[in-house]
Design a protein around this ligand. Structure first.
Ligand code: NDP
Length: 478
């Protein structure tokens, strides 16, 4: 049977509009077992489009493994792995700066704990709903498996928007959010971290509330903690650095390296900032960054001084990227189009889901892009991925390319358990080693199944096999 394949139509850096413009105009073929699993997901929750998109992207690549090993079908692994073990949904009342009570919705999706405690970030953004968190939690299962560390998959968050809020409002919200969440998490149960809208400030407030509620440090109940109270060195840098390490490994397969390459990045948050920093370390030139309002193009390059200015703008002053052009006259700012229309060798979508559409993928290909590293989760629409693969672009899918963040979260858990800290160099070395192994595993798995060079395929199957085998070994109810 032919199947709907979601694409989005609107070319912009504002992914909220992109996510709501999913169209079902292109079709792909699916095996009948996989098709029935996918059908049931759509029937059960027809409104959860981004979750269907994420599930379909994984399911369609699992076909060779499912056909080769019938036990996965016999043991209903696909039906089980696409259903969260548990979903917690709660109200979050908090007091705003005018003394008024506001109410947001909080979630934690505990998706799969076959190989370890649930692990995955918290996202605070107005677009958050159950479908978005199921997509992110589902992706996290395979990503965490790929790291080689014992971590299951989960995700949580709220439709609260920290943008424009005072510190006091953010603190009030975080306290209230944790006053419910604390009873569902723990070092052997579920260990959340940050994501969009949840950085060092929010993790600090959440951890303070956890301690107050439980009178307990919990050994490691949250990752991304501050240095001096349990945080690991390199955790803030890890997702961006890891993404660049992954792209470096992909480039090596073509005897290329990062030095001298021109790079475009979307976003200007945590992942984008440290992707830029590592690219500069390795001798690349970064010419574009963005936020949800627009994007900047600096043909002279965003050097270390300019990047430090962006970090101060975003992390301390919490301003908008358009201010960059007032400070640095070499740059232009635009609210239409996106960085993907520029000529570059390397592209790092690092903002949010469905932010690179088919036209943008085509523009990148036409402009000679060599490699794409997905810093964000599911930033490229399926049709865009097909375009990259058809044109032999080295495409590092999010599950593999952005796994550095959760990897160092895993290392933070290990250090907390040992009550010991590794040096910056030690953590960075381990991060690099994990990214090299993820690359190797995705590359070799794709090759084994006759899809050499297709990292989407390799990452999905490699991540799946470990979790599926654990689920079968532990029995159907586990
Ligand atoms: P931040 O909140 O630090 O930064 C997000 C950036 O993306 C900001 O520049 C933001 O702009 C922009 N953005 C957010 N939403 C949208 C939108 N709807 N449309 C356009 N731009 C948007 O988040 P992170 O850097 O932590 O996360 C970025 C991506 O990386 C997410 O997909 C996240 O899931 C993924 N990721 C993050 C990890 C981590 O360790 N932090 C780990 C693995 C993946 P603005 O400031 O205007 O909101």
């Amino acid at each position: 049977m032919r199947y709907p394949h979601p694409i989005h139509l609107y070319v912009t850096c504002n992914a909220e509009r992109l996510a709501s413009s999913l169209d079902f105009s292109e079709v792909i073929s699916l095996d009948s077992y996989i098709e029935s699993v996918y059908n049931k997901l759509v029937e059960k929750d027809p409104e959860q489009k981004v979750f269907h998109q994420a599930a379909l992207e994984v399911l369609e690549t699992l076909e060779p493994a499912i056909n080769k090993y019938p036990i996965y079908k016999e043991k209903a692994v696909l039906e089980r792995i696409t259903e969260p073990e548990r979903v917690i949904m709660f109200r979050v009342p908090w007091v705003d700066k005018d003394g008024k009570i506001q109410v947001n919705r909080g979630f934690r999706v505990q998706f799969n704990s076959a190989i370890g405690p649930y692990k995955g970030g918290l996202r605070f953004h107005p677009t958050v709903n159950l479908g978005v968190l199921k997509f992110l939690g589902f992706e996290q299962i395979f990503k965490n498996s790929l790291t080689g560390l014992p971590m299951g998959g989960g995700k949580g968050g709220s439709d609260f928007d920290p943008k424009g809020k005072t510190d006091e409002e953010v603190r009030n919200f975080c306290y209230s959010f944790m006053l419910e969440l604390y009873r569902h998490i723990g070092q052997f149960i579920d260990v959340p971290a940050g994501d969009i809208g949840v950085g060092g400030r929010e993790i600090g407030y959440l951890y303070g509330a956890y301690r107050k509620a439980t009178n307990n440090h919990g050994t490691c109940v949250l990752t991304g903690k501050g240095q001096g109270w349990g945080g690991s060195l390199i955790r803030p840098e890890a997702t961006g650095y890891g993404c660049v390490y992954f792209v470096e490994e992909m480039l090596k397969t073509r005897k290329e390296d990062i030095k001298g390459k021109v790079a475009c990045i979307s976003g200007s948050g945590n992942v984008a900032q440290y992707t830029a920093e590592k690219l500069l370390d390795l001798g690349a030139k970064v010419i574009a960054m963005s936020d949800s309002s627009g994007w900047i193009h600096d043909p002279e390059g965003i050097d270390r001084e300019k990047l430090a200015w962006i970090m101060e703008l975003k992390n301390v002053r919490r301003g908008r990227i358009k201010e960059y052009v007032e400070q640095f006259k070499s740059a232009t700012y635009s609210t239409s189009g996106s960085p993907w229309q520029l000529k570059c060798d390397l592209a790092f979508p690092s903002a949010t889901q469905n932010e690179v559409d088919a036209n943008e993928a085509k523009a990148l290909v036409d402009n000679g892009v060599i490699a794409v590293g997905e810093g964000a989760n599911m930033p490229t629409v399926p049709e865009g991925i097909e375009i990259f693969l058809e044109h032999n672009v080295l495409f590092g899918p999010a599950k593999a390319a952005n796994a550095g963040g959760v990897s160092v979260s895993g290392l933070e858990m290990a250090q907390n358990s040992m009550r010991y800290f590794w040096t910056r160099e030690e953590v960075d070395r381990r991060l690099n080693e994990i990214m090299v192994n993820i690359h190797k595993s995705a590359y070799e798995t794709a090759e084994h199944f006759g899809k050499k060079g297709n990292y989407v395929f390799g990452a999905n199957i490699a991540g799946f096999l470990k979790v599926a085998n654990a689920m079968i070994t532990q029995g159907f109810f586990a």
